[in-house]
Design a protein around this ligand. Structure first.
Ligand code: C2E
Ligand code: MG
Ligand code: MG
Ligand code: MG
Length: 281
């Protein structure tokens, strides 16, 4: 009886595993056609200045609308794209599209500010990553000084010397570099000295309970204070409530990003919130 039970559990377990594998294969298969079938798009989430709450820029975020499976979250398909190598094409498409969008906005008389684009570790590791970025900047007539690439701590830990050199080359061309989800990786504050980042984004897990949890508040305050001394701007991610905002205010972040101000939206819907070019200082 117990043995039979055990067998069933094993069978169930392996069935579940098979279904996970099938799901991954199905996603991978569907993803192969996503670009050519126009199923991918970018949404843009506004960043808001901490001092006057005016927009300072946007972050481009991938969206995948599959005809049968519906909306698939980046957290579900990006790991599949990375595993299969498809992230190279997808990431390049996203960077190009974001730059094109920025140029469209500027040419329509708007001041879109910083355009932030997430970069996968797989892209960052390519030997010709810098050349690829510069080619896209030039072909889309993007303003290099308004492009910001978002990297994560784990990408830098892999091969620190190479990562620092690649970052420095990008910075030499005026391109901004943000360390995304800061505080969640292995990283330490010494990363800020070692890698030439122009911004860090405090992970939303620290912002989430900043009004309730003294440790989270202390960590956020320490990150902002150190970054400020190193001349690195800080964006607080995942600001959802007025209470969080009230606790962030004394820290003097450069800007905020979160549902409290704006959700990621299609380009058409973000457009109305952007400042006209003449109003930009
Ligand atoms: P991320 O770069 O940290 O992006 C921020 C994520 O937090 C977005 O999720 C955004 O919708 C969400 N978010 C923003 N404000 C709030 C808030 O107030 N509360 C909460 N709970 N969430 C908020 P999304 O769009 O699902 O993207 C998830 C992750 O997928 C991104 O995290 C990024 O790591 C990755 N990703 C998205 N687009 C790309 C891309 O083009 N390339 C690569 N390599 N990764 C991407
Ligand atoms: Mg990001
Ligand atoms: Mg983040
Ligand atoms: Mg992330």
């Amino acid at each position: 009886e117990a043995k039979a039970n055990g067998r069933n559990q094993y069978a169930l377990h392996s069935e579940q595993m098979a279904s996970v594998v099938l799901q991954r294969l199905a996603l991978e298969n569907a993803l192969h056609h996503a670009i050519e079938r126009n199923e991918l798009s970018l949404h843009y989430q506004l960043r808001i200045s901490a001092s006057d709450h005016l927009p300072t820029g946007t972050e481009a975020l991938l969206r995948w609308q599959h005809p049968e499976m519906g909306q698939i979250a980046p957290g579900d398909f990006i790991p599949v794209a990375e595993h299969s190598g498809m992230i190279l094409d997808i990431g390049e498409w996203a960077l190009r599209r974001a730059c094109e969008q920025h140029t469209e906005w500027r040419e329509a008389g708007l001041a879109p500010g910083i355009m932030a684009v997430n970069i996968s570790a797989v892209q960052f590791k390519q030997g010709d990553f810098v050349e690829r970025v510069l080619r896209i900047v030039s072909e889309t007539r993007m303003v290099a000084g308004q492009l910001e690439l978002e990297l994560t701590e784990s990408m830098l830990a892999d091969n620190p010397e190479n990562a620092a050199a690649v970052m420095q080359q990008l910075r030499n061309h005026g391109i901004g570099l943000a360390i995304d989800d800061f505080g969640t990786g292995y990283s330490s504050l010494s990363y800020l000295k070692r890698f030439p980042a122009s911004r860090i984004k405090i992970d939303r897990s620290f912002v989430h309970d900043i009004d309730l949890n003294q440790e989270d508040a202390a960590i956020a305050a320490a990150i902002v204070a150190l970054a400020r001394n190193l001349n690195i701007d800080v964006t607080a991610e995942g600001v959802e409530t007025g209470a969080q905002l009230a606790h962030l205010a004394p820290l003097a972040c450069a800007d905020y990003q979160g549902f409290y101000f704006a959700r990621p939206l299609p380009a058409d819907e973000v457009r109305a919130a952007l400042l006209p070019h003449t109003a930009a200082v």
